[in-house]
Design a protein. Sequence first.
Length: 283
Amino acid sequence: MKRALQVAIPSAVLGSALAFVVAAQTAAPAVTPEVTLTRLDCGGPNMPVDVARFSDTNAFDGKKLALTASCYLIKHGEEYMLWDAGYPAAVAGAQPGPTTPKMSVVEQLAQLKLTPEQIKYVGISHYHGDHIGQAGAFPGATLLIGKGDWDALTATPPAQGVNPAPVAHWVSGGGKSEPVPRDKDVFGDGSVVMLDMPGHTPGHHSLLVKLKTKGNVLLSGDLAHLKENYDSNGVPSFNTNRADSIASLDRFKKMAANLKATVIIQHDVRDVGKLPAFPAAAN
Ligand SMILES: [Zn+2]
């Protein structure tokens, strides 16, 4: 009886069933390798400075708050991404300025036994000089940057107030660049996603990093520079689009709530402690 049943299955049906099994195996989602997140110091005054210009409603007149600058290393299996490239590193022979990082990103990576050649992606939140300053140290990396910002950097002449010099290697076509029009799932498994958050600049992005132990982390870019602006939907006087800024804050905060994410405002010294101190990484 059993033997008769086997014979009764037409070979075409069996063949398509096998094909289905093979297809299902091929389409199985990739297993996300270990993902870790390390905070790098990227300069900044790291002391109270006049913050009046961070409000277009006079919220901070006469007020001083401490600001820092941070970059982030994301390890995804054996692949590495740098998020933001900070203030420029010290130049040999030149006097370091008040915002010059104590150690360059390359020097910090060396402490982690990493070389610049191992960085596959340099993801940039936006085109300001305190976020692209050290990008040139990673010429072999693919530059990921919002399309609106890429267009401003590559315009002839560049958009007003935009200095493409730190990313000239990519603007000139010497390096591989990928302008990001909306969101971008960097590694294709949803673990690291650039989020379209325009307003501070036309192509500004924030970054979502999904960690196994720590959970979801949202890196602000300059969606907000200070907790005071984040909490009150405050908009800096130098943002390129006020309405987009408010809309992006709304999206980011809803995502943070729904994903129960740790929010890190990259310039706010009060958020530094949300990640382990370098060289330790969150995972
Ligand atoms: Zn900034």
